[in-house]
Design a protein around this ligand. Sequence first.
Ligand code: ADP
Ligand code: MG
Length: 554
Amino acid sequence: MTQETGGFASLGLHPTIVAAVIATGYEEPSAIQQQSIPIILAGHDMIGQAQTGTGKTAAFALPILSRIDPSKREPQALILAPTRELALQVATAFETYAKQMPGVTVVAVYGGAPMGPQLKAIRNGAQIVVATPGRLCDHLRRDEKVLATVNHLVLDEADEMLKLGFMDDLEVIFKAMPETRQTVLFSATLPQSIRAIAERHLKEPHHVKIQTKTQTVTAIEQAHLLVHADQKTSAVLRLLEVEEFDALIAFVRTKQATLDLASALEAKGYKAAALNGDIAQNQRERVIESLKDGRLDIVVATDVAARGLDVPRITHVFNVDMPYDPESYVHRIGRTGRAGREGRALLLVTPRERRMLQVIERVTGQKVAEVRLPDGQAVLDARIRKLTNSLAPLVGDAESTHGDLLDRLTADIGCSPRALAAALLRKATNGQALTLDAVQAEQPLVPNNAPRERSTSDRPERGDRERRAPMPLGEGRARCRTALGARDGIAAKNLLGAILNEGGLAREAIGRIQVRDSFSLVELPEDGLEKLLTKLKDTRVAGKQLKLRRYRED
Ligand code: ADP
Ligand code: MG
């Protein structure tokens, strides 16, 4: 985005603002900033259309800060944002850019926090009000004059505000402000509903449209993987074993799915949490903070809950459920590769969703390559690599500090150093599968791919040819649960062996076996299930009672 005009200094912004922006580390204005700033500074109404991550916040914040009068202690600019998170993000950005402007204060107004302090901050002379429409309307009902002095209005993520049903609130807010105000609207998309608002409430708006699709997407490596709907969780778990990620956001379609996937990930020891519209807002904010500072590594979110989320640590986006349209695909993957960093985006595609993949490829003008689920060998290699990385720094001078102890222990125990080191490794790895057989027994569940026509050169990989994937749970199968899991020293092959031997079933009759930390799930034939469970009543595995029961998922 190099501009021969000379960066922020040439746009007409107030010098203290230019200084603050340069102090934040921005070198050049982005395209939307370059084009919008002069228009907003000149006092025009404007419609700005640009994708997520293009720097829209500064595009309106910088000129507005240049235009307000810090000596007047009254609201002068109102920014409307769809969610509390976005409102806070925008308010924080304003504070950063206004750092060198004494006397300028910013108040964030949103639901889920007491109204009193918000109103007080407005009355105390905050010049910048950043608000969600719903809460702002609550304030207007108490005091219809709060916005009477506002002469700059920004609608940020206008399309999202309408999707969230804020249309009526917006109309109330428009009425509460002077007609002479400047109005600026930013939106990633411009559906008819937004155009209608612009028609009614903007005066001869200038249009700025930034085509950033290729730009937004190029820093992001994209891939897709074919998988059956009921195997997504296990596919995600296996992918996570081999992907080297810093922080990751996984998108699903429903609130329930955020909870389910987040708890499956937590059960595997990942620092994961769900983010959805039902989660109390202060809790949501904590989740985002935790993702930022590393207390969390994975957030499982719905589109609405993650909109605008800006966490530079995010290296990976997993589209576990297909987005509803190509635009939201672009938004989602824009959560990684922030501000020019590299990112990786993976899309899980079920057989029925292949059309949507084609649409996405057409709209973004890019091919989304197909990748395969890592096989047992790849998972094993990744585990050993992680183990190597964690142990290597520990070697150091350990021999000089603990070498003598090792000699003494091997002598006392009467074993070789190799035997003792192996025992310590077993303890340190806590029962994790670290041989090919053990890894494959643990993860026999996902067929490499959904069925599809393939060329003869397009062979399934080794691990999967050896182990034909069982049917997905369907007609005629029931899922059963036992309270025995990995922490009881159980592996899939133990369960399989026990059920085959004591249940007298054929191998094909047994479906997927999923071993979790504290429980396991086994798919068994529905036909004759009660009998089978009675037969297995006293079966013991690894010295413990199996106690297999029918499992109800809801
Ligand atoms: P949008 O609202 O378009 O999704 P944001 O305003 O949230 O984008 O900006 C995305 C990220 O880019 C933020 O982390 C922001 O600090 C950073 N950013 C914005 N403008 C610049 C710039 N000119 N140079 C470098 N980074 C920038
Ligand atoms: Mg934004």
